[in-house]
Design a protein around this ligand. Structure first.
Ligand code: Z57
Length: 835
């Protein structure tokens, strides 16, 4: 292939060389020339930055050659549109994917620095809330690893998910200033800026060919500036691009206002525009209907679609083939306005007629649904939507009217069905229903685990399933073993590799080979030793950061995820209280020592979730200091749970809590990360738990609770939580302990809203599942006493997790939805002559 460099330019060895001396020289060079520091006056951050640039330099060859290959070959491309990418720190992951982890570690040691310390220094880009955002990050990793031409499009939030602090047991939110010290992983591309319109009105006109056309005269125009980050695959040359958009004011706007002599007005306009990408909305699975959020969605969608069109024009491809060139995945309904925006671009800006534009559009988009919770389904007030996007509303009306004609033909005289399926909700104040738009505008619709996809067809999207059964499919979620095994748990990864080689990192099914070592006592010992060492690491960390001593020989029982009533962190709390009560009643009871660890953020406006955090911390205060416990129970709420911290937590777990009410957790992905690291799961038949249990074997999984079907039957039959409260003394005592003020310094009011919600509503059936959960936990405690057996089960969990690699998920998307072939990227060898 042709070199992308002009002949007379050499890529310097200091920027590409990977032997240890070169790496050290390059590092010091970057420290000097980029950070403008020398070792004597360097901060830890200077060292981090110097190393980050050294690693980035070694990515650029692959990145630019990938870009050039795509430009030249114009291959079919996946565009993954997501309002969130919860990436986590880049440095460690890039070292793993480049295969440079060990040599760089050594190079740093030679210079008297610790790689672990430098990795700690990175502020992670927390551009997401939880599962959905982290899934997007795993998927772009796998797309690059599988050498698929792909681009991730999203928003460059200036403030990502808030940092959590705990004050007096309550969550306090602190703004996440992640860009404070600069971001060495991104490259701004101001030359590729685009304009996005908002508000105003439309005008109809007849064009020079006598055709009816529409013009959108906006109220304001905002600039979108792309910031690109390379996403390198594991041990491949493919480095795809994550393109995140930042909003800026247009010069023309400033200009107009300045001309009127309105200096403050101009500056105000500027900051208004830039507000669009200021901050991530911190709600996971509940939607707020805020105008700025809708503006964010349209902003990044419009930028991304215009960008794709522009790219095709550069490549001399006709837009008639847009759907052949791009497969666009809508990550939930957040980017769904793309259906209307692509129609607008094709109709108004590129002169297509309706049928042609609609044909292209509906062959382009595919939609992933991530939840059945009604409160998470997006619907925008028609007034707001119409005043921000007058043209899109008209387009949606037209889509809807044609769609409802189709429904009428398939289901004559079924007026209720028409009302339910309409993209416009007309039952009261009028709304645009984004899930309906996504279903109508996409050629594929998928849920994220088997059960979830089945329930979608039976409930939330039932009408759409009857209308378009062929669109529906399942893609069970997966997670990347690079970040969540190799990087986060090097001890385990090295042990595995020493037994079965390293092919499992790319072919996770190869972990099955571990089953051959089950009968090898030595291997089981080593496996157990690794788990204990990792637990010791976490114990040390907790000792230093929280000044709480926890015992690595106790059972580490961990629930780490967003705080939500359906995830039932408070059911876990009821178990802790039950154990506490048992020991109080019988201080010499022979209990299995346990350490309960919690981590997770509550949405700032979600009062009940914040109260659950306060409850856990209040229980911890009592349990951790009660001498009767004799250190047999410890409870720690780990502050500010994020990707960086998650990487410490998953490896150290013995028990993974996946205890959502059946039918509520679409998939879960933390469940996979724990299991891959050898934790056993206590869980309900919900989301991907079901498939995890199938994979690891039911004898290696602690199952409890009602099934999704039983849950809905029980609710239909009129569920009464008091029946359970009154008939179960342990349950009653646990709840009474909370309501009496035992955990709140005698204040019976503090937790009253929580207790009342359980006794009077219990939407998530904690009381119905309590007994089953407690009995299951008793089996867990028994099982942990037979450590040989436990280790056995733990090894089987690791060995049988192949299915849950995001590489498998992406292969499913490719085969069943995207149909995008892989493309090899060649990277020519440049001069390596300096050594
Ligand atoms: C989110 O993190 C998820 C669903 C949503 O609708 C929103 Br909004 C945010 C999560 C689900 O709760 C998980 O069960 C799932 O594993 C994850 O998305 C990825 O699919």
């Amino acid at each position: 292939m042709v070199s992308i460099l002009p002949n007379n330019i050499q890529i310097e060895d200091d920027r590409t060389g990977i032997n240890i001396e070169t790496l050290k020289r390059a590092f010091l060079d970057n420290l000097f020339y980029i950070q403008a520091k020398f070792p004597k006056i360097s901060t830890k951050n200077d060292y981090y930055m110097a190393l980050a640039y050294t690693v980035r330099d070694r990515l650029l060859n692959r990145w630019l050659n990938t870009t050039e290959t795509y430009l030249e070959k114009a291959p079919r491309t996946v565009a993954y549109l997501s309002a969130e990418f919860l990436l986590g720190p880049h440095l460690g992951n890039n070292l793993i994917n480049l295969g440079l982890y060990n040599v760089v570690k050594q190079a740093m040691e030679d210079l008297g620095l610790s790689l672990t310390d430098l990795l700690e220094q990175e502020e992670e880009p927390g551009l997401g809330n939880g599962g959905l955002g982290r899934l997007a990050a795993c998927y772009i990793d796998s797309l690059a690893t599988l050498e698929i031409p792909a681009i991730g499009y999203g928003i460059r939030y200036e403030y990502g998910i808030f940092d959590q602090e705990i004050k007096d047991g309550w969550q306090v939110e602190i703004t996440d200033k992640w860009l404070r010290y600069g971001n060495p992983w991104e490259v701004a591309r101001p030359e590729a800026e685009l304009e996005v319109k908002f508000g105003g009105h439309t005008e109809d006109f007849i064009d020079e060919h006598g055709r009816y056309r529409v013009k959108w005269i906006p109220f304001k125009v905002v600039k979108g500036v792309p910031y690109d980050t390379p996403i390198l695959g594991f041990q491949t040359n493919t480095a795809n691009t994550l393109r995140l958009w930042k909003a800026e004011a247009t010069e023309s706007f400033d200009f107009e206002a300045f001309n009127k002599g309105d200096y403050f007005g101009a500056v105000h306009e500027k900051s208004e525009s830039e507000n669009i990408t200021k901050v991530l909305y911190p709600n996971d699975e509940s939607y707020e209907g805020k105008q700025l959020r809708l503006e964010q969605q349209f902003f990044f969608v419009s930028c991304s679609l215009q960008d794709m069109i522009r790219m095709m024009q550069v490549q001399n491809l006709t837009l008639e083939r847009f759907h052949e060139h791009y497969a666009i995945q809508l990550n939930d309904t957040h980017p769904t306005i793309a259906v209307a925006e692509l129609m607008r671009l094709l109709l108004d800006e590129h002169g297509f007629d309706w049928d042609k534009a609609w044909n292209i559009t509906t062959k382009t988009f595919a939609y992933t649904n991530h939840t059945l919770l009604p409160e998470a389904l997006e619907r925008w007030s028609l007034n707001m939507f119409g005043s921000l996007f007058p043209r899109h509303l008209k387009i949606i009306y037209e889509i809807n009217s044609r769609f409802l004609d189709e429904v009428r033909i398939k289901f004559p005289d079924d007026f209720d069905r028409l009302r339910r399926m309409s993209i416009i909700d007309e039952s009261g104040e009028r709304y645009v229903r984004m899930a309906n738009l996504a279903c109508v505008g996409s050629f594929a619709i998928n849920g994220v685990a088997e059960l979830h996809s089945e329930l979608l067809k039976k409930t939330t999207l039932h009408d759409f399933y009857e209308m378009y059964p062929e669109k529906f499919t399942n893609v069970t979620n997966g997670v990347t073993p690079r970040r969540f095994m190799v990087l986060s748990n090097p001890r385990l990864a090295n042990l595995i590799t020493s037994k079965i080689g390293d092919s499992w990192v790319k072919n996770l099914d190869d972990l099955r080979k571990l089953e051959n070592f089950l009968y090898d006592t030595n291997f089981r010992k080593e496996f157990h030793k690794v788990k204990q060492e990792v637990k010791q690491d976490l114990a040390n960390y907790i000792q230093t950061s929280y000044n709480i001593t926890i015992d690595p020989n106790s059972l580490f029982d961990i629930q780490a995820k967003r705080i939500h009533e359906y995830k039932r962190q408070h059911l876990n709390a009821l178990h802790i209280i039950t154990l506490y009560n048992r020991i109080k009643a019988n201080p010499n009871l022979d209990v299995t020592p346990r350490t309960f660890l919690f981590g997770g953020k509550a949405a700032p406006g979600y009062y009940m979730a914040k109260l659950i955090i306060k409850l856990i911390n209040s229980i911890a205060d009592v349990v951790n200091t009660d001498p009767d416990m004799r250190d047999r129970l410890k409870v720690v709420f780990l502050t500010d749970y994020n990707v960086k911290f998650a990487q410490r937590v998953y490896p150290a777990a013995d028990l993974s809590e996946q205890i959502s009410t059946a039918g509520k957790e679409a998939s879960g992905t933390g469940n996979m990360k724990f299991s891959m690291n050898g934790a056993l799961t206590i869980g309900t038949l919900d989301g991907a738990n079901i498939e995890i249990r199938e994979a690891v074997g039911e004898e290696n999984f602690f199952l409890f609770g009602l099934t999704a079907q039983e849950v809905s039957q029980k609710k239909a039959a009129g569920y009464n939580p008091w029946d359970y409260y009154n008939s179960n003394p342990e349950l009653k005592l646990a709840i009474d302990r909370i309501s009496s003020g035992f955990f709140s310094h005698g204040d019976p009011n503090l937790f009253k809203p929580l207790v009342d919600s359980l006794l009077y509503r219990d939407d998530y059936l904690l009381l119905a599942d309590y007994q089953s959960y407690i009995e299951c936990q008793d089996r867990v405690s028994q099982a942990y006493r037979d450590r040989e057996k436990w280790v056995w089960m733990s090894i089987l969990n690791v060995a049988r997790m192949g299915k849950f690699s995001s590489d498998r998920s992406i292969s499913d998307y490719l085969k069943n939805i995207w149909k995008v072939p892989s493309v090899k990227v060649d990277v020519p060898e440049y001069s390596q002559s300096n050594d």
